[in-house]
Ligand binder design. Structure first.
Ligand SMILES: *[C@@H]1O[C@H](CO)[C@@H](O)[C@H](O)[C@H]1NC(C)=O
Ligand SMILES: *[C@@H]1O[C@H](CO)[C@@H](O)[C@H](O)[C@H]1NC(C)=O
Ligand SMILES: *[C@@H]1O[C@H](CO)[C@@H](O)[C@H](O)[C@H]1NC(C)=O
Ligand SMILES: *[C@@H]1O[C@H](CO)[C@@H](O)[C@H](O)[C@H]1NC(C)=O
Ligand SMILES: *[C@@H]1O[C@H](CO)[C@@H](O)[C@H](O)[C@H]1NC(C)=O
Ligand SMILES: *[C@@H]1O[C@H](CO)[C@@H](O)[C@H](O)[C@H]1NC(C)=O
Ligand SMILES: *[C@@H]1O[C@H](CO)[C@@H](O)[C@H](O)[C@H]1NC(C)=O
Ligand SMILES: *[C@@H]1O[C@H](CO)[C@@H](O)[C@H](O)[C@H]1NC(C)=O
Ligand SMILES: *[C@@H]1O[C@H](CO)[C@@H](O)[C@H](O)[C@H]1NC(C)=O
Ligand SMILES: *[C@@H]1O[C@H](CO)[C@@H](O)[C@H](O)[C@H]1NC(C)=O
Ligand SMILES: *[C@@H]1O[C@H](CO)[C@@H](O)[C@H](O)[C@H]1NC(C)=O
Length: 415
C-alpha cells in the first residue's frame, strides 16, 4: 500500500545516433521514479485464421503509455511491474524481482487483442490472449546500475516472439534517472571492452578495420546441435559515419568485414531468425529475418550495428527494425551476386556482395533453389541482348552476302 498515487510519465524519443524508434516508459511513486525503461520492442505473433495460421508483426508505437493502475514500484511481497499499453487493447508487461544486490526481469507478458482487425486480419477468434514467459530471461543487473542491451534480444513467449532492442532499463532505482553505471548484456559486451574511455590494455589495441576493394565472401551459417538452420554466404562492407577522435570531426568510412576475423552466432525460431556477426570484438552486426506464414515470404526486417572502433569518440549504435530487404519465398534461398546497398539509417548503410542467404526451411544443410535479385536478372539480360544483337548482325551480313552473290550471278547471265 502507499503506492496509490502513481504519476506516470511517457516520453517518446528517437534514440540518439539514429536508429529505430525507442519509447521511454516510467513508473513512479509520487516524486520518485522506480522503474525506467528506454527500449524498442517488436512482436511476431502467430494466430489462427479460418484458412490456417498467420503471423502478425507489431511494434511498440510512439503512442505507448504506461498503465498506472496495473504498474507498481513493488512491495516486500509484490513484484515491481511496468505495464505498457498500446493500440486497441494490447499490452507489454515487465515484472521485476530483487534480492537486494541484483534485480532481474522475472517475467515478461504480452497481451494482444485478436479483435484488432488491422493488426490481426482474418483472425477467427476475437479473444484477448495473454502469454507469459516461462523460462529465465537472462536480463538482470546489479542494483543501482542500468541494464543495457542495444543488440536485439528475441524472446520466445508462447506462440509469439518478442524482440527487445536499444534497451536501457533500471528497476528499484535510487534516483530519478537511470544510473550512470551500466550492466551490459553479453551480446553488447564484445564491443564494450575496447571503449575509448578505458585505459589502454596491455594487449596491443585492435586496429580499425582497414578499407579495401571488394570484401571477401564469408560463410556465416548457423548450426544448432549439428543441424544447419540458417545459411549465409556474403561479402559485407560497412559504410558508417562517426565522430573521429583523431580528425575531431564527423567522418565517413567504408570498411570491409574480414571473414577470418568474424564469428557468427544466432538462433532460429519459427517466424524469426537472427544472425549476429562479431568482428575484432569491436563490431557487432545483427540481422533479423522475419517469416510471414500467411504469404510464406520472408525478408530481412531488422539490421543493427554496434561499433566501438579506436578512433570513435562515442560508439556507434544504429538499428532499424522496419526494413524490407532480401525478400524471398519459404523453401527458397535469396541470391544477389551484384553489389546491393541496404540503407539502414542516417549514418549507416550496408553493402553486400555475392550474397546468398536462407534463414528458414533449411533441410539438407545446403541452399535450396535461389530466387535471384532484380539486378542479377538485369545483368543476365546484357549478354542475352548482346548475343541477340550479334546474331542479328551475322544474319544481316549473311543475307547481304547472299543477295550480293545472286546479283553478281545475274550480272554474269546478262553478259
Ligand atoms: C514531491 O516533491 C515536492 C518538493 O520536493 C514535495 O513538496 C512533495 O511533498 C513531494 N510529493 C510526494 C508525493 O512525495
Ligand atoms: C489454433 O487452433 C488450434 C485448434 O483450435 C489450437 O490448437 C492452436 O493452439 C491454435 N493456435 C494458436 C496460435 O492460437
Ligand atoms: C480457427 O482455425 C483453426 C485452424 O485454422 C481451427 O482449428 C479452429 O477450430 C478455428 N477456431 C474457431 C473458433 O473457429
Ligand atoms: C503477410 O502476408 C499477407 C499476404 O500477402 C499480408 O496480407 C499480410 O499483411 C502480411 N503480414 C505481415 C505481418 O506483413
Ligand atoms: C479489442 O478490440 C476491440 C475492437 O477493436 C475493442 O472493441 C475492444 O475493446 C478491445 N478489447 C480490449 C480489452 O481493449
Ligand atoms: C542475488 O542473486 C544473484 C543472482 O542470482 C546472486 O549472484 C547473488 O548472490 C544474490 N544475492 C543475495 C544477497 O542473495
Ligand atoms: C543503491 O543506492 C542507494 C542510494 O544511493 C543506497 O542507499 C543503496 O545502499 C545502494 N544499494 C546498493 C546495493 O548498492
Ligand atoms: C540441443 O541439444 C541440447 C543437449 O543435447 C538440448 O538440451 C537442446 O534442447 C537442443 N536444442 C535444440 C534447439 O534442439
Ligand atoms: C557511403 O555513404 C555515402 C553517404 O550515404 C555515399 O555518398 C557513398 O557513396 C557511400 N559509399 C559506398 C562505397 O557505398
Ligand atoms: C585474414 O585474411 C586477410 C586477407 O584475406 C589476411 O591478410 C590476414 O592475415 C588474415 N588474418 C588472420 C588472423 O588470419
Ligand atoms: C528504417 O527503414 C525504413 C525502410 O527502409 C525507412 O523508411 C526509415 O526511414 C528507416 N528508419 C530510420 C530511423 O532511418
Amino acid at each position: 500500500m502507499g503506492y496509490s498515487n502513481y504519476s506516470v510519465a511517457l516520453v517518446a524519443c528517437l534514440v540518439l545516433l539514429g536508429g529505430a524508434q525507442a519509447v521511454t516508459l516510467e513508473v513512479s511513486d509520487g516524486n520518485s521514479t522506480c522503474i525506467k525503461a528506454e527500449l524498442s520492442a517488436s512482436f511476431s505473433i502467430t494466430y489462427n485464421t479460418s484458412s490456417g495460421m498467420s503471423t502478425a508483426q507489431l511494434a511498440l508505437p510512439n503512442s505507448t503509455t504506461v498503465d498506472a493502475g496495473s504498474s507498481s514500484c513493488g512491495t516486500d511481497v509484490a513484484a515491481a511491474e511496468l505495464v505498457a499499453v498500446f493500440g486497441l487493447g494490447h499490452a507489454l508487461g515487465l515484472s521485476f524481482s530483487t534480492n537486494g544486490s541484483t534485480y532481474a526481469l522475472a517475467k515478461l507478458s504480452l497481451q494482444y487483442n485478436l479483435s484488432d482487425a488491422s493488426a490481426f486480419p482474418q483472425a477467427n477468434s476475437s479473444d484477448v490472449v495473454t502469454v507469459i514467459s516461462t523460462s529465465d530471461l537472462g536480463i538482470w543487473a546489479r542494483v543501482n546500475t542500468t541494464y543495457r542491451c542495444v543488440t536485439p534480444d528475441p524472446i520466445q513467449v508462447g506462440a509469439t516472439n518478442v524482440t527487445l532492442s536499444d534497451m536501457r532499463l533500471e528497476a528499484y532505482m535510487p534516483g530519478g534517472d537511470l544510473s550512470p553505471t551500466e550492466s551490459v548484456c553479453t551480446a553488447d559486451q564484445a564491443v564494450t571492452t575496447v571503449l575509448p574511455t578505458s585505459v589502454a590494455p596491455t594487449t596491443s589495441p585492435t586496429p580499425a578495420p582497414t578499407p579495401t576493394g571488394t570484401p571477401e565472401r564469408g560463410n556465416y551459417s548457423i548450426n544448432i546441435n549439428g543441424t544447419m538452420c540458417l545459411l549465409a554466404q556474403m561479402g559485407l562492407q560497412l559504410n558508417v559515419s562517426y565522430s573521429s577522435k583523431s580528425q575531431k570531426k564527423m567522418v565517413q568510412e567504408v570498411v570491409n568485414l574480414h571473414p577470418n576475423q568474424t564469428s557468427a552466432s544466432g538462433h532460429c525460431e519459427t517466424s524469426s531468425a537472427t544472425l549476429v556477426l562479431t568482428q575484432d570484438q569491436n563490431t557487432n552486426l545483427t540481422f533479423v529475418f522475419t517469416l510471414n506464414s500467411t504469404s510464406n515470404k520472408y525478408h530481412l526486417s531488422w539490421l543493427s550495428l554496434v561499433a566501438a572502433w579506436p578512433d570513435m569518440t562515442d560508439p556507434v549504435l544504429v538499428s532499424n527494425d522496419s526494413l524490407d530487404y532480401l525478400r524471398s519465398t519459404l523453401g527458397r534461398s535469396y541470391m544477389c551476386n551484384s553489389e546491393q546497398t541496404l540503407f539502414v539509417a542516417e549514418g549507416f548503410a550496408l553493402n553486400t556482395f555475392r550474397l546468398q542467404v536462407q534463414p528458414f526451411g533449411v533441410t539438407t544443410n545446403q541452399f535450396a533453389t535461389a530466387e535471384e535479385c532484380q539486378m542479377d536478372q538485369d545483368q543476365m539480360l546484357i549478354p542475352i541482348v548482346v548475343g541477340a544483337a550479334l546474331a542479328g548482325l551475322v544474319l544481316i551480313v549473311l543475307i547481304a552476302y547472299l543477295i550480293g552473290r545472286k546479283r553478281s550471278h545475274a550480272g554474269y547471265q546478262t553478259i
